[in-house]
Design a protein around this ligand. Structure first.
Ligand code: SD4
Length: 330
């Protein structure tokens, strides 16, 4: 995480400005994708935070080697789940108050298929487990011991419950005061959310996290909640969230953004409106950070956060970039 502040600032390529926005107004005044007007799409992958660069690299490689967009968003975020330097995603993440690492993840396809797991232990790749929930069960969400047992039944290996050296040391220091307070410090908010579109206009998204550091045992954040941390509807677009999950759940953040886009807002406008909504509902704005990231079907994207510090990674045919998102507070 040391490189977090070494942002590679790029002004995003103006290529996207020229993409035709092929949506049409329905009689109800909302927007509907008009397939007749556009028969090709611009593949693109977007992820939260600077670890999104490596995750996007993988997702892009998967897409380019013939994988589906769901394969891409799954395998992309697995890179972060494997990243031993990341203390907010995967089993190396910071534990809850009891010293236990519990993971949340979700995956969604643009046709409405989705799967998620929450409060799951000992599973190295909760995103893969979420995909198995989506594909191999009649359910959308499995939690806790049930999710772990399902992983076992699917042949996924169970990992030892042992804190990573960095997490162990951080937990030891935290226990000196054992003070629980959500911290807006971005070092403490590292969830990866990824959204993408392929050249056929098929969309998908993924989101995976170890959640808030030192959360109450059993706490579940927004990341595995379809419509809060992630939502995809390929008639319109996709959105994902990072930050204080309680505040994202309160406003159904990702769903809200997709619905705002359906009503004609650009991804940027939709993210800004969702942040405005979160700010207006927040019970503790001084201690809250949220970042939203959105992509619509025509390749327009947007990002916005409550306060500075949130960045996002983007990959497309013209290259890749890491960009600081604008924020409500300057
Ligand atoms: C959660 N949204 O569990 C997650 C935390 C997060 O970067 O985004 N961390 O509330």
């Amino acid at each position: 995480m040391g490189g977090r502040r070494k942002f590679i600032k790029h002004s995003l390529l103006s290529t996207f400005a020229g993409i035709p926005f092929a949506v049409s107004a329905s009689s109800a005044g909302s927007f509907r994708w008009d397939e007749k007007k556009q028969d090709h799409f611009t593949p693109q992958i977007l992820s939260t935070w600077n670890h999104g660069m490596a995750a996007n690299d993988k997702a892009w490689e998967v897409l380019n080697s013939g994988g589906s967009i769901v394969d891409a968003v799954e395998q992309g975020v697995m890179v972060t789940e494997n990243d031993l330097t990341n203390l907010s995603v995967g089993l190396q993440g910071l534990p809850d108050r009891e010293g236990v690492v519990t993971l949340d993840a979700s995956i969604m396809k643009g046709d409405g298929s989705c799967g998620s797991v929450a409060f799951v232990r000992q599973v190295k790749h909760p995103i893969t487990l979420a995909r198995k929930v989506m594909e191999n069960t009649p359910h959308v969400m499995l939690v806790g011991e049930g999710a772990r047992l399902f992983a076992e039944s699917e042949g996924m290996p169970m990992e030892q419950e042992e804190l990573s050296p960095k997490a162990r040391e951080a937990y030891r220091r935290w226990k000196e005061n054992s003070k629980y307070q959500p911290i807006i410090n971005i070092e403490n908010h590292d969830t990866i959310g990824m959204v993408g579109i392929d050249e056929n206009g098929t969309m998908a998204g993924s989101c995976t996290t170890s959640g808030l550091a030192y959360k109450m045992h059993g706490r579940v954040g927004d990341s595995p909640i379809i419509g809060a941390g992630l939502f995809v509807d390929e008639e319109v677009g996709a959105a994902t969230a990072t930050g204080l999950g309680e505040e994202v759940i309160r406003i159904c953040g990702a769903f809200l953004i997709v619905e705002l886009m359906r009503q004609g807002r650009t991804p940027q406008e939709a993210c800004e409106e969702a942040v405005r909504r979160a700010v207006s509902k927040s019970k503790d704005i001084d201690n809250t950070q949220i970042g939203f990231l959105a992509l619509n079907k025509s390749g327009e994207y947007g990002a916005f956060a409550i306060r500075p510090g949130f960045n996002y990674a983007q990959h497309h045919r013209q290259g890749k970039s890491l960009t600081d998102a604008k924020s409500w507070f300057k």
